[in-house]
Design a protein around this ligand. Structure first.
Ligand SMILES: [Zn+2]
Ligand SMILES: [Zn+2]
Length: 372
């Protein structure tokens, strides 16, 4: 029998466990995510992504996998793949499309939950994005912030259900499930799906909540605590699970994403986890050497300037940079010294410098050039 080889598509063998299938799918989905495709391969990636998602959806469902093992992919051609219950391809696509790569785990759990946990839920609420500006010091040390957001919350009167009085659904006898018979080329298949009358809830509303007009939601201002991790980087998105907008009819909320912007610092420049700074030193400090205090992100540090230091010399203060958010060691602070030339001199200073100047010329340069 012709048809697609779902095992080959995912690169697993026929005895692969659900966990192995999930792993294989996850790996492929990360690779072929359409948003990661090069410009000229968009179509190709999308097709491939669709193909692996289809394979994963079938093989992760014990019942469908059994049908597939028996009849091949044709068992699912009736009505098209996207019509298969328990897996809404466009929904999955749109979640991938939202660019929330960090959410792969959730998404896979959802796909591989067998659909059961989704049956009693409506559409998940919207994700929200909040831009937050922080200082470089806050990025270095981490911070606790409270933000205030105006967003959709569950109606407090009906707790998001849109009604305050309910009766058991008579279509499904309150179970939330209905048996459905599907005719395919291979005979009749009986499938259990969510009751379309009560949307799998098992009960039907008897009134409309007067507070929210039956919507189940109301707009409210809410304060949310945001924990900024040490070493956070520019344009990182922190995810706060469940603090997006609530979904309709009591379904779960989306997530809140906090986009980090780090204000430019007056003296410190960040490069990865290293901090760069330029420090002025005097001519005599450069010539004779000195020990100076330099500002670092955590306060101050001592820097030894050896005698005979040239302008623009770079010194490294090890591990005085920013902590790494990825768990590697802290960065360094790079200190560039710049010799400042004094613009005003006292009479005495001027005489000394003239003396030095003539001495230097006569003893080194002139001698070398002209001899004598
Ligand atoms: Zn029902
Ligand atoms: Zn209400």
């Amino acid at each position: 029998m012709a048809g697609k080889n779902y095992y080959a598509i995912l690169g697993v063998n026929q005895k692969a466990t659900r966990e192995e299938i999930k792993k294989a799918y996850k790996k492929l989905a990360m690779t072929y995510h359409p948003d990661r495709a090069p410009e000229d391969k968009k179509k190709e990636y999308e097709e491939k992504f669709k193909e692996i998602s289809e394979a994963a959806a079938i093989l992760s469902d014990d019942k469908k996998r059994q049908q597939y093992d028996q009849y091949g992919s044709q068992a699912f051609s009736q009505g098209g793949f996207e019509g298969q219950e328990g897996f809404d391809f466009s929904d999955i696509m749109s979640q991938f499309r939202s660019g929330m790569f960090g959410d792969f785990d959730d998404l896979f759990d959802q796909i591989f939950s067998g659909g059961d946990s989704r049956r009693h839920q409506g559409r998940r609420g919207n994700d929200l994005l909040y831009e937050m500006e922080i200082t470089l010091e806050e990025a270095a040390k981490g911070a606790e912030k409270v933000i205030s957001l105006n967003k959709l919350e569950h109606c407090k009167e009906c707790r998001g259900k849109g009604a305050t009085r309910f009766a058991s659904c008579h279509h499904c006898q309150g179970s939330g499930y209905l048996k459905r018979t599907q005719r395919t080329a291979f005979g009749l298949f009986q499938q259990t799906g969510p009751c379309p009358y009560c949307h799998g809830r098992g009960e039907l509303p008897q009134n409309s909540c007067s507070h929210c007009g039956g919507e189940g939601v109301e707009r409210k201002r809410k304060e949310i605590e945001v924990s900024i991790p040490r070493g956070v980087e520019e344009e990182m998105r922190l995810r706060i699970k469940g603090e997006g907008e609530v979904g309709e009819q009591g379904s779960p909320a989306g997530d809140l994403y906090v986009l980090i912007n780090i204000k430019p610092h007056e003296i410190f420049h960040r490069q990865g986890n290293d901090i760069h700074i330029t420090i002025p030193i005097s001519f005599t400090q450069a010539v004779l050497g000195d020990e100076i205090e330099v500002p670092i992100i955590e306060g101050k540090a001592l820097l030894t300037i050896p005698a005979g230091t040239a302008s623009e010399t770079l010194f490294r203060l090890r591990e005085k940079g920013l902590p790494s958010i990825h768990g590697s060691g802290p960065g360094d602070q790079m200190v560039k010294v710049r010799i400042e030339v004094p613009k005003k001199l006292t009479k005495k200073q001027k005489d000394l410098i003239i003396e030095l100047h003539e001495e230097k010329l006569s003893k080194s340069f002139l001698k070398r050039v002209f001899g004598g």
